[in-house]
Design a protein. Sequence first.
Length: 332
Amino acid sequence: MRLTHLMMASLAIGFTTSLQAADFTFKYAHSQTDEAPRSESMRYFKEALEERSDGRIAVELYFNGTLGKEEDVLQQVQMGLIQGYRGGLFAQANPAYLIYTMPFLFTTPEQAIDVMEGELGQAINEGARESQLHIPVTGVAGGMRQLTNNVRAVNQVDDLRGLKIRTPPLAPTLRAFEALGASPQQVPYTETYMALRTGVVDGQENPPSNIADMKFHEAQEYMSLLNWQIHPDPFFISAQWYDQLPEELQLIVDDVAQETMTRSNEIWLASEANYLETLGEHMSINDIADEHRQGFVDAVVPVWEHFVERGDFSQEQLEQVLALTDQAEVLE
């Protein structure tokens, strides 16, 4: 019995020592499941950061919305109560992030990544400092976003009219679906599956990885490959926490975050084809013909112009992105 007590005491001392070995704790949260690509990349972040910091930074990961809804988690990061988050509500960090979400602005995820990693993207990241956030890197939150619903296949703009579509609380998305004739509905991400099941909404929009991860396909009949939008995935870090780190640890955090995002982009985009194949076993999937796609673009150009006029980003920035995506003639 005494030997057992000694062993337990020794284990307790060792556990306490391991906790004391870390000078800083990085508590991270997001709403997606353990199996999501974002979660997989964050497990890499934990392993790499703890190793390269020689244990001076301990990383705690919380998935599945266990620390609250996204708006609560982001606020906690801004207040320094937790240290990291990835997910929606990026416009609260810097309205200029909305340029990535303009409907039908990008035709491939790679185009968006090029902008995010360039001078324009870095400037947008730096602008989040005013919101008490340090953002070392931004990636893509999955592939291009697609539409699912239970009413009909969407092949042209008129097919969207009257459909109740669950959307995130993101102004460009709301305006885009209104411009396309649909009725956007606000439902928390974690409650969307039940809203689809019960008919509270007709459909939703997400990249294939999210649709499969959240099992939305179990409650939907049609999937239309609109390739209509992509969402940025800023790596939100509490500026208050980051600024207290020694410079050498700041550099390590930034390097590991950038590697994590590269890994996240690769995982997410490489998996899209597999996700589509899986989804095709449960839903009828249709592509949009080129002659019909232009109708969608024409319908949403006023959405781009609205956000320029509102001051979220400039006309020059919009034209810069359009030039990079070979769509400069759209505004002519």
